[in-house]
Design a binder for this molecule. Sequence first.
Ligand SMILES: Nc1ncnc2c1ncn2[C@@H]1O[C@H](COP(=O)(O)OP(=O)(O)OP(=O)(O)O)[C@@H](O)[C@H]1O
Ligand SMILES: O=C(O)C1=C[C@@H](O)[C@@H](O)[C@H](O)C1
Length: 294
Amino acid sequence: MEATVSQSLRLTTWTNSDNTVPKLTNSMRLYTRFEKKKNINMLKCNHLGTIKPAIGHRSAGLKASCASQNSPASVLKSETSITEEDLLLKKKCEEIKPCLSGRCIYLVGMMGSGKTTIGQILSEVLDYSFFDSDKLIEQAAGGTAVADIFKLYGEGYFRDNETEVLHKLSLMHGLVISTGGGAVVRPINWKYMHKGITVFIDVPLDTLAQRLTAVGTASRPLLHHGSGDAYNQTFRRLSKLWEERSECYTNASVRVSLERIADKLDIGDVCSVNPTQIAIEALVQIEDFLKEER
Ligand SMILES: Nc1ncnc2c1ncn2[C@@H]1O[C@H](COP(=O)(O)OP(=O)(O)OP(=O)(O)O)[C@@H](O)[C@H]1O
Ligand SMILES: O=C(O)C1=C[C@@H](O)[C@@H](O)[C@H](O)C1
């Protein structure tokens, strides 16, 4: 009766003949600061309608137009605010990019772990395209929000379409993909994601609960709750999901632990580890993984 999301999803129309995604045009490489990322930039994509990226965005006056992807226009910092960390990130990227040979990077992790935030930074610095699998499912469902897909059709339906999206992405190259928090539970999804390099962003549960309480849980059906203390409820639900899933995350090619970064950099508080530091660590771990693979 219901058409699956996959039926309306036409990933092939986003790609070149070699399964790469056409890049943003130069006019779209808008310099902005990481600090401005919370503004929303609208990208008009012919076949997918208007896409509002989760993060990454500029003022309404800077509407951009693209032929074919759901990547934000740019999260590059303005040239005046480039820090040593940015330079290190760029240098690491230059070292690693040739070894990647266009393999996709899949970011996995619990809700709120920063997959979107880190994914956008990595895609920018690698000059890869960025996709968010939740957004692809929503777009294919005619703009129905994840929370509504869960409500209307149930979690199983959402998971089937998540698998379908990951299958199609696995046929492509040169992408950074932020996956849904639960994408790790199905073994078939790993088969698809292992076509690329999978990066687990490991963030302590209390940090996740703080972040998610701050932004609200309405768009995250597995965390949404009624009344009561928001932090405690979120922490409790995250703990339950972690119990069920922690084993699954060990399938990832590499693990990027915020606790380990904080230790390495002598930062007392995990909450103070910034996205650039996490992106650098991800590249370092990917480099080690690629060396071992050789
Ligand atoms: N290193 C960081 N330090 C502080 N806040 C962060 C950091 N990384 C991400 N955040 C914030 O945490 C929230 C969740 O981040 P993000 O959307 O990137 O996570 P996600 O893993 O994609 O989440 P989900 O899977 O639930 O969509 C956002 O409000 C983001 O700004
Ligand atoms: O952790 C999960 O199971 C989910 C995470 C989100 O990214 C969405 O994929 C959805 O809300 C389910």
